[in-house]
Ligand binder design. Structure first.
Ligand SMILES: Nc1nc2c(ncn2[C@@H]2O[C@H](COP(=O)(O)OP(=O)(O)OP(=O)(O)O)[C@@H](O)[C@H]2O)c(=O)[nH]1
Ligand SMILES: [Mg+2]
Length: 367
């Protein structure tokens, strides 16, 4: 393992030394690909020692899961305690929390699992401290709260972001819009739909050959970077939304607060005083992109208190039925839907219909 870490350090050093220009672009692309491959080696333990999240992961419950990631003593456990009412040990010394502590909140009818995680430190992605296990749990979350101390420089934000990225997590990003298809023969074929500032056929070939891919169709539909291409080839990236919580705002002035509010994806809070929790919950809801679907038994009013909660990328009638009960789909004939996903109120739809937030559904079964 240490040999791999040394090679990672050597490549990072070489990349830092190398000037970025047209002449070095190809070589940099190669280094980036090598780095990505080595990182994967670090993250997937060969055998024994259990899975990457061993001892840290807890059972998934509820409709969504949010993990608290941050340096030690930024107030993650305080937040879990004040937000979810679950006791997680709080103390002024670092590394108070040594394992995952789960909590649960209900918001707009959805059950949301909160995970207080141990603090991470720089170098976690390369195996320092328990960071790897922590980040492995973060990868399973539907949303990540990166908790920062407002008094510490925002540099911390950058370091944590880099740690998570080194682990294959992409924050607030969409999967790159790159077409990639391996072939049996025919060499590398590159199609660009817009002018490229970083990639050209030679660089793409160099990166692919590092993965021993010599035949493939690559389509770049936007101005893509070498890192984006590597993400697509590696194929195991987790695209997770993230909110930066700037905690302990009770320690700064209003003027400083104004500056902080301009940081994208951020909510300033005081976990200890429960300040700005309304904003936090509203933003959390917005980033989770959950859909509430109300059921309406025949001849009755819909039950608005207990929605069926679906993820926005998986909200077909079929998903809805499966979430209700796994046998319902067998008896499903059609459904009547009221709401913004249909033109007529109600409208008859099949199981492929895509639902919208706050739709009302009545299922009609086969007789
Ligand atoms: N002033 C102020 N202090 C806070 C706030 N929230 C937490 N703290 C303090 O910060 C210290 C660390 O809080 P914890 O909740 O234990 O921090 P943690 O992130 O869980 O730390 P580890 O478990 O070590 O990673 C404690 O002394 C808290 O009382 C806040 O909003 N304002
Ligand atoms: Mg803690």
């Amino acid at each position: 393992m240490s040999g791999v870490l040394e090679r990672i350090a050597a490549i990072e050093a070489e990349m830092a030394r190398t000037q970025r220009n047209k002449a070095t672009a190809q070589h940099l692309g190669l280094l980036k690909a090598r780095l990505a491959k080595l990182r994967r080696e670090v993250l997937t333990p060969k055998s024994g020692g259990g899975g990457p999240g061993e001892g840290f992961d807890v059972a998934k419950t509820g409709d969504a899961r949010i993990g608290f990631v941050g340096f030690p003593s930024v107030g993650k456990s305080t937040l879990l305690t004040t937000l979810a009412g679950v006791y997680s040990e709080v103390a002024a010394y670092e590394f108070t929390t040594l394992t995952t502590v789960p909590g649960c909140i209900r918001y707009k009818g959805a059950k949301i699992q909160l995970l207080d995680l141990p603090g991470i430190i720089e170098g976690a992605k390369d195996g320092k401290g328990r960071g790897r296990q922590v980040i492995a749990v973060a990868r399973t979350c539907s949303l990540i709260f990166i908790v920062l101390d407002v008094l510490k420089p925002l540099q911390h934000k950058k370091i944590i972001q880099r740690e998570l990225e080194g682990f294959g997590i992409r924050l607030n990003k969409q999967p790159p819009n790159i077409g990639f298809r391996r072939k049996e023969k025919g060499g590398v074929n590159l199609q660009t739909l817009v002018p490229q500032s970083e990639l050209d056929l030679d660089i793409v070939k160099t990166i692919l050959s590092e993965y021993r891919i010599h035949n493939a169709d690559v389509t770049l539909r936007y101005d893509a970077s070498a890192d984006d291409l590597i993400d697509i080839i590696e194929g195991n990236r987790a695209y997770i939304p993230c909110i930066y919580l700037l905690n302990k705002i009770d320690q700064i002035s209003i003027e400083e607060l104004d500056v902080i509010y301009k940081i994208p994806h951020c909510v300033p809070i005081s976990a200890h005083h429960k300040w700005n929790f309304d904003d936090l919950l509203e933003k959390m809801w917005q980033y989770l992109k959950l859909m509430r679907i109300y059921t309406k038994p025949k001849g009755q009013l819909p039950d608005y208190n207990a929605p069926v909660v679906l993820q926005s990328d998986r909200c077909t009638m079929e998903e809805f039925c499966n979430k209700l009960h796994r046998t319902i789909l067998k008896e499903f004939k059609y459904a009547l839907v009221w709401g913004s996903s249909v033109k007529h109120q109600p409208q008859k739809v099949g199981k492929d219909h895509v639902l919208n937030d706050e739709d009302v559904v009545q299922i009609v079964k086969k007789v």
